[in-house]
Design a protein around this ligand. Sequence first.
Ligand code: TYC
Length: 127
Amino acid sequence: MNFMATQSPSPPPVSPANPAIKPAPARDDGDSVVLERRTQRTQPPQMFQVVMLNDDYTPMEFVVMVIQQFFSKDREQATQIMLKIHLDGKGVCGVYSRDVAATKVDQVMDAASKAGHPLQCVSEPVE
Ligand code: TYC
């Protein structure tokens, strides 16, 4: 919600053709400030988290490499994320706009299938 200060409308001028025609009486003197209540219309864009899933076959080293390559993490960060996935069953690799998240999922799945690993990755809206 925000507010905008506006001047109340001033009455129309007296008709020069016929000064007998007077404008309707103003409701105020035209100097008052009116605060209009405005509803905020725009929402921040929905963000999506890329979640990687654990499995029993994909080598840890491959997962670390994929996280480094596609999620711009250093080796230490990538290892921490991989271990969290390994222990918890899943973990967030990054949060992006809808299209970027979808691209990351495609890149991971493509790299995994080319390497013959069953690694799975999904994108889901952030609450
Ligand atoms: N659990 C796998 C292993 O022990 C490693 C792994 C981690 C696989 C994270 C997938 O998303 C994953 N080799």
